[in-house]
Design a protein around this ligand. Structure first.
Ligand code: ADP
Length: 472
């Protein structure tokens, strides 16, 4: 037994174009802000390990010629824990629709706090006697990736200022001598200009790294923008093409209606005069013309659903019983042709939707259930209310759907081999139409099926007049 649920991702809203890019910007920045807070927990962990080993095993540090870190890792870990809790709450309050400015302010605040923590750590480990000053590069690189070039330069200059300022305070002995290497103090006294050369060369390396990464990021971002513009143009061109195709398809309706009406004339007025072999030919033309008309109608319905403006207000209170009654009335003949019993239990319920769309949705599900049932089968159609939703279910005991085919049945023109043998009029468009309606009305849908045992389609429709958390 297989189950498949129709799920629409948030970016799957056919937005495209400039407004889509803006929302993506906020979403990406927000993701980055949360990523920053997650990485900071790793740093907290590293500081805790340093503090623990420095406090509990000072001998090991001393044996290695290092000064055991006792207080500063704890202070920095504590600062980062408090900052991280604050940032986490701040970031969680923002969402994709928050203005870019708020998300950027969050990231800037995180960068500034981190740079201050890095500066204290650099001072305590040894600003010019170890390679620790290169930890600033981590932030410089991230700023190059997340921000435009001038902002990443600002981060680089801020880091350089904090670092050089610390080194100068160390030389002037305003800051107490520090560092994990035991000869730290002696090195300062040996020559302040040498210390400045070391610090200056570190900053020089940062600037070179900033230049390369920010130039590369700018090039990538520019290409990204070009791709977004090209994508928007492609979407527009595709929409224009669809419109033209829909007009042409629409124009095909008339000639086919003509063929069908001529066949009716032949059947009702001249049928007895026509030889048997020609009758067979006419019947075949009749079936083909009907199939094509059906396909044209479905292409037009699908085109209409896909080109509907996304901001169009669609939902209104609709009585599900009256919609289902219309569907059953139109479909009864088909059920009788195939000897299929329709077991309908849809009481009057006011749900949120669009009458015509719901009619098409129900009609496609019930038609499929009849068509893919075995001769003399039974189709059960029922609704039940679950909290703020009505669950409509359409079950048949027919050919069922293979597990591997189940995820594809909502794709345009998809038909299983078994189905096309079973249903000569099959177009593979019915469920694509269902999918568009489910998406447009913000419904949910699930299919459960077992080969040769049957299929159940379930649609959740919001009850009218109740607050709905799931609706978009
Ligand atoms: P069509 O029925 O015209 O082929 P649909 O888009 O309505 O197109 O359905 C796509 C495919 O999904 C069908 O070809 C069939 O393989 C499968 N399918 C849909 N409904 C059922 C059902 N009730 N029972 C078995 N298979 C089904």
């Amino acid at each position: 037994m297989g189950t498949f649920e129709l799920i629409f991702s948030q970016d799957d809203d056919r937005l495209g174009g400039p407004s889509g890019q803006k929302r993506l910007g906020s979403a990406v920045l927000l993701y980055n802000a949360l990523w920053f807070t997650r990485v900071r927990w790793i740093v907290v962990f590293v500081f805790t390990i340093l503090g623990l080993t420095g406090t509990l095993m000072p001998g090991r540090w001393k044996n290695a010629g290092l000064v055991p870190p006792t207080r500063w890792p704890w202070v920095l870990a504590g600062t980062l824990i408090m900052a991280n809790i604050f940032f986490y709450i701040f970031t969680r309050r923002l969402n994709e629709d928050s203005p870019n400015r708020a998300v950027e302010a969050n990231i800037w605040l995180q960068i500034i706090v981190d740079l201050i923590v890095v500066t204290v750590m650099v001072h305590m480990i040894g600003s010019t006697i170890t390679f620790i000053a290169f930890t600033y590069l981590f932030h410089i690189a991230l700023a190059c990736i997340f921000f435009p070039q001038k902002y990443s330069l600002l981060v680089t200059l801020l880091a350089a200022f904090l670092y050089i300022f610390t080194v100068v305070l160390e030389i002037l002995e305003v800051l107490p001598a520090a560092g994990v290497l035991t000869e730290t103090t002696r090195l300062y006294k040996q020559g302040p200009h040498m210390v400045m050369i070391i610090a200056g060369s570190a900053v020089f390396v940062w600037l070179v790294v900033w230049y390369f990464i920010s130039s590369l990021s700018t090039a990538v971002r520019k290409r990204d923008q070009q791709l977004a513009t090209a994508n928007a143009q492609l979407i527009k061109a595709d929409e224009e093409k669809t419109q033209k195709m829909l007009i042409t398809t629409h124009e095909l309706k008339a000639p086919f209606a003509g063929i069908e009406s001529n066949i009716q004339v032949l059947k009702y007025q001249f049928w007895n005069e026509i030889p048997e072999s020609v009758k067979e030919l006419i019947n075949r033309i009749d079936v083909r013309a009907q199939t094509l008309r059906e396909r044209i109608t479905q292409i037009l319905v699908l085109g209409d659903l896909k080109t509907r403006p996304t901001d169009e207000k669609l939902s209104e209170p609709v009585d599900l019983k009256s919609v289902m009654d219309t569907v059953i009335e139109n479909i009864n003949e088909k059920a009788m042709e195939r000897n299929v019993i329709l077991d309908v239990n849809v009481p009057s319920t006011s749900a949120l939707g669009n009458k015509e769309d719901l009619r098409i949705l129900f009609s496609n599900l019930v038609t499929n259930a009849i068509v893919y049932s075995n001769e003399g089968g039974r189709v059960k159609i029922s609704t039940k209310q679950v909290e703020d939703e009505v669950l409509l279910s359409v079950s048949d005991y027919g050919i069922g759907i293979r597990d591997d085919a189940l995820p594809h049945i909502f794709e345009e023109y998809y038909r299983t081999k078994e189905a096309s043998k079973f249903n000569k009029m099959s177009t593979g468009l019915g469920l694509s139409i269902v999918k568009e309606i489910v998406r447009n009305l913000g419904l949910r849908m699930r299919v459960t099926s077992k080969e040769e045992e049957g299929t159940t389609f379930e649609v959740a429709i919001p009850v009218a007049g109740m607050p709905h958390s799931r609706l978009v």
